[in-house]
Design a protein around this ligand. Sequence first.
Ligand SMILES: [Zn+2]
Ligand SMILES: [Zn+2]
Length: 337
Amino acid sequence: MTTTYRAYQVSGHAEFTLVERELREPGPGEVRIRVEACGVCHSDALAAFGLFRADPATPIIPGHEIAGVVDAVGDGVRRWRAGDRVGVGFLNGPCNECDFCRRGDFVNCADQQKTGTTVDGGYAEIAYARASGLVRLPADLSAVEAAPLLCAGITVFRGLTDLGLRPDSLVAVQGIGGLGHLGIQFARALGHRVVAIGRDPGKAALAVELGADSYISEDPAEALQRLGGADAILATAADGGSMSALIGGLAPHGRLVVVGGGGGPIQVDTGQMLFPVRTINGTMVGTAIQTEDSLAFAVRHGVRSMNEIVPLSEAPKAFERMMAGDARFRLVLDSAS
Ligand SMILES: [Zn+2]
Ligand SMILES: [Zn+2]
């Protein structure tokens, strides 16, 4: 039996290095996972640029869209066994003891590591997670299909389902990228009227193919108001400025749901928030069981991430391409190849 595994670690300056790590036994409450696939997500930039770490120079293994198989379980793990197919997203497992957890707010657990950001993640053959963070994978979903749904998928799914919208509500999805192409599919499957918003007029056919009723490439606020105003806009572009231009397109009580981070401030005029009343909120992934719900929904309704699959050995290049916006639409590292 091998006692080491391959992984790509990254410094805080986006320098990737292939390393051999020693296998260790999982600690109490923890499992060891043989990684089969790991999605490359924009939030991997947190690892690559040393954010969220006390010392940015400390190398870390990025990757928080991990799909694989439980390889070993630590003391006290009762519900999971070696051989179980599991996923791990950005949240590495809540503590179940802090005040947030005691109120059922596991996403905001005060004692929870962030996979591939504050603890090593899935650009590797092996990963570790708290058992409380594990997502059971449906049999109908392969590892590469599941991986992007564990972060991008649950983010847009919860962003939409938390709104409590009526069927046939008008939902706009800004951006047809890694998040947006899933947002359109989920919004459609949830029974909404869907408008896709992008800059490139050439993407109209793709938007419709994904499930949008129409596509807007110019002056989104005015175009949405012509349709009666959006009940919700899922803002996926990592560009706050482009989100500012959407707010005027919201109907009374409409919500701008921010899911794409890292692109500068959103500017909003106070009057835009009052006449009519509107809301801007952020949303970030979901709990393990909400993620399981989103996977079951995706299987049932044929929601699929469009993936480019590359071997683990191409991780540094895959990260670079994702950052450059070249991915169509999610890059997934295949650790088995
Ligand atoms: Zn992510
Ligand atoms: Zn907690």
